[in-house]
Design a binder for this molecule. Structure first.
Ligand code: CTP
Length: 489
């Protein structure tokens, strides 16, 4: 496959992951070839002319109003945040904030001040929030269709980030001369502000007065933190809070305002059981059969599950990785030990089988080191099949079977077809399928390109680093549990 084709396929996969278009429709719309993506996935090359046309098509779609293109919603949005983005360098953090909130099933609608648009574009904000971005107070269409009162009414909480010294002053003084300040004047919803400014501005008596006034008015604050400023050599109190801190603050505000339990930790109270790494099957006291699994993907999933509040048990074969913090790690060597450790860890709400379990072990393990007899025949190893841990756990009786059983399928050819068969044969709910051919560098590497196979079909993700695969996978798991939550009245 040529470099151009590989790069183009990466761009297309990213586009498909973002927009709800099937690969065949994509090909037809871009270059009138419904098989384009399939051919690229199989390794075909592409002419520069075709690549240009495909890129022009993706650019035109991205330019179109983001709201006209349905993004693949990961979860039904149960809570709504109106995010007012102020004009500061920290505005870039809002992009990540929007993604993380949406992963947690929280819808985000954004208002941007004029200054904010100097730092991030409404286009990127809209693409991530999957909604229109509101910028003008006197926009006839907006006022007719959705004015500042409605923006406030349709939100559960309002978040101002970054809250500049100027925005705080406007809020404290009751100004309403642009859309952001008008929404803030018109709202009766809880408001959280995340200040970000130069330390001298934060410590200025005017800002001190404004902050005290806003706190007295019932406005909630998160940050600022001490840290380095964007300006060279400047440091001190004034750095905007980090995204996880903002999420925690938003979640607690949503919980108290909605009277419901909203959590930045959507897997709190859940037990997630993960197998990871290779297994080693002893031949004799010094030799063993193993494979190239690094355990990185399983370990990244454990980290993410713990970050979402789950109690996590990681049953891991021998790897070079250190144990992730906040995770109970059970170290095993062989497949049979892994099965026993997994059974001991039940019950679990979710079981994720990321381990590369050795399919076979030697029938009779030698107690003593097998000696070489020069000139004589090499010993023959008789192999027997190891227990299939995933299959065994998926077949557990109801009550003991985890509610969601997720397997991996490491394939070197016909990835989706083989993985679909594996899902049925093993009784898994989802299979995370990946191509582990040596040229992909996935086995042992830091990146992964996976397809999520479930009863509903196949979802192909672009090549991502393993931590991002873990984040998306656990967000999908969390959304499965969040689905049970009711839409707000
Ligand atoms: N698996 C398992 N126990 C085994 C073998 C595999 O739990 N003895 C799990 C893996 O952790 C993975 C899934 O089954 O989640 C598929 O593993 P994979 O190695 O892709 O498939 P195999 O069943 O080994 O089939 P094959 O090697 O023929 O592709």
């Amino acid at each position: 496959m040529s470099g151009t084709a590989k790069q183009l396929l990466g761009e297309i996969e990213g586009f498909l992951a973002q927009f709800d278009i099937t690969p065949s429709k994509f090909g037809v719309a871009a270059v009138n070839d419904g098989h384009l993506v399939a051919k690229l996935r199989k390794g075909s090359s592409v002419t520069l002319k075709t690549a240009d046309r495909v890129r022009a098509y993706m650019a035109s779609q991205r330019r179109a109003a983001p709201s006209q293109i349905a993004c693949r919603a990961t979860v039904p949005a149960a809570y709504r945040v109106l995010l007012i983005i102020g004009g500061g360098i920290a505005a870039y953090k809002c992009l990540d904030l929007i993604r993380r909130l949406r992963e947690r099933g929280i819808a985000v609608r954004a208002v941007m001040t004029r200054a904010a648009q100097q730092f991030v574009t409404p286009l990127s904000v809209g693409a991530l929030s999957n909604d229109r971005v509101f910028t003008e107070l006197f926009d006839l269409d907006d006022e007719r269709e959705i004015g500042h009162i409605r923006l406030s009414r349709e939100a559960d909480v309002i978040v101002v980030a970054p809250a500049t010294a100027d925005l705080l002053a406007k809020m404290a003084g009751g100004h309403a001369d642009d859309l952001a300040s008008s929404v803030l004047m018109a709202t009766n919803k809880p408001v959280l502000v995340a200040p970000a400014m130069n330390p001298r501005m934060w410590l200025h008596p005017a800002t001190r007065r404004n902050v005290a006034q806003l706190a007295a008015d019932g406005i909630a604050f998160v940050g600022p933190n001490v840290g380095e400023m964007a300006e060279r050599g400047e440091a001190g109190l004034g750095r905007m809070g980090e995204v996880p801190e903002l999420i925690d603050a938003i979640a607690s505000l949503l919980s108290s305002s909605a009277g419901a339990s909203v959590s930045a930790k959507p897997l709190a109270g859940r037990h997630v059981l993960i197998t990871s790494g290779p297994t080693q099957e002893a031949i004799d006291p010094v030799r063993y059969i193993a494979n190239r699994s690094s355990g990185k993907q399983g370990s990244a999933i454990a980290v993410e599950a713990a970050a979402l509040g789950a109690r996590v048990t990681l049953v891991s074969g021998p790897t070079r990785l250190s144990d992730p913090a906040g995770v109970e790690v059970v170290h095993i060597e062989s497949a049979r030990e892994m099965l026993e450790a997994v059974r001991n860890a039940l019950p679990a709400d979710v079981a994720i089988f990321a381990a590369a379990v050795a399919d076979w072990r030697v029938a009779t393990q030698s107690d003593q080191k097998i000696k070489k007899s020069p000139g004589k025949n090499a010993p023959r190893l008789a192999l027997v099949e190891n227990p299939d841990i995933l299959k065994a756990i998926a077949a557990e009786r109801s009550g003991r079977r985890p509610g969601l059983v997720i397997g991996f399928a490491a394939e070197t050819q016909n990835v989706i077809e083989f993985a679909q068969k594996k899902r049925k044969a093993k009784g898994a709910d989802w299979i995370v399928a990946n191509d582990v051919s040596p040229e992909t560098g996935i086995m042992g590497g830091d990146r992964n390109a996976v397809h999520i196979i479930s009863e509903e079909g196949v979802e192909s993700w672009p090549e991502l680093d393993k931590a991002e695969v873990a984040r998306r996978l656990m967000a999908r798991v969390a959304s499965r549990f969040a689905d049970a939550r009711a839409e707000p009245a």
